[in-house]
Design a protein around this ligand. Structure first.
Ligand SMILES: [Zn+2]
Length: 229
């Protein structure tokens, strides 16, 4: 049942069509992080915040992750969007209210459509696929690994072509950990080990990001114990 007390409305302006609209957002107290898995997907008590992290304009369909939605777009990107968005699957569909798993995935797919059309960065696409992975995981969807593989591939692409910290936030070591743990969860141990080794030999003392370095070491121990069996 929809519990109004867990949400508030926020005012947004679409960077493509410039309309103002209200978006339902979760209050901080609507969920609590219970556990964090090796792949950095959290489990939550209460409402899963990943249901609401892709924003879609109800008028033109422009979509992006919440922290990037209102970023200014170039005139070129705006005109590409104006041309491409009417062809998208959820053009003029209103996803600003309560969401279930399916509508949240639609919102992420729309963000992917926009990121591809706009030529946004691989790290943004990686972040979208990573959130989809965690959401699929918590809802028990069979698409989990399909999203996870995409997340790994886009993090690898971002690793090769973008500057650190990635997206202004993720250290080089943390990205190495992400790629390695995503491959670990996909049971692609060879790729997982490659990234662990690479990370440790690139920065043997863990100076780039000591916290992520500890995570790398822990993952290495886990992988080693599996190989031994
Ligand atoms: Zn719009």
């Amino acid at each position: 049942m929809f519990d109004k007390s867990k949400f508030f409305q926020t005012d947004l302006v679409c960077p493509v069509c410039k309309i103002k609209f209200k978006q339902l957002k979760l209050k901080g107290g609507a969920f609590r992080t219970k556990t964090r898995d090796i792949d950095l997907c959290n489990t939550y008590e209460g409402i899963n915040p990943n249901l609401y992290s892709s924003i879609v304009c109800p008028e033109c369909g422009y979509a992006n992750l919440d922290h990037s939605f209102q970023n200014k777009l170039s005139d070129v990107v705006i005109s590409v969007m104006q041309k491409e968005l009417p062809k998208s699957k959820i053009y003029k569909k209103d996803l600003t209210g309560e969401r279930d798993y399916e509508s949240a995935i639609e919102a992420y797919e729309q963000a992917i459509f926009c990121a591809n059309a706009a030529g946004h960065s691989a790290s943004l696409l990686a972040g979208i696929y990573f959130r989809m992975t965690c959401l699929a995981k918590s809802f028990g969807s069979s698409n989990e690994d399909e999203y996870r593989l995409k997340a790994a591939e886009f993090y690898e692409k971002a690793y090769d072509h973008e500057e650190f910290p990635l997206g202004g936030k993720m250290s080089q070591t943390l990205v190495e950990y992400m790629i390695s743990s995503l491959y670990f969860k996909l049971n692609k141990l060879e790729q997982s080990i490659y990234w662990l080794n690479f990370s440790i030999s690139r920065d043997p003392k863990g100076l780039t990001d000591p916290k992520a370095y500890t995570m790398i070491k822990e993952l290495w121990m886990t992988v080693k114990s599996i190989i031994k069996k």
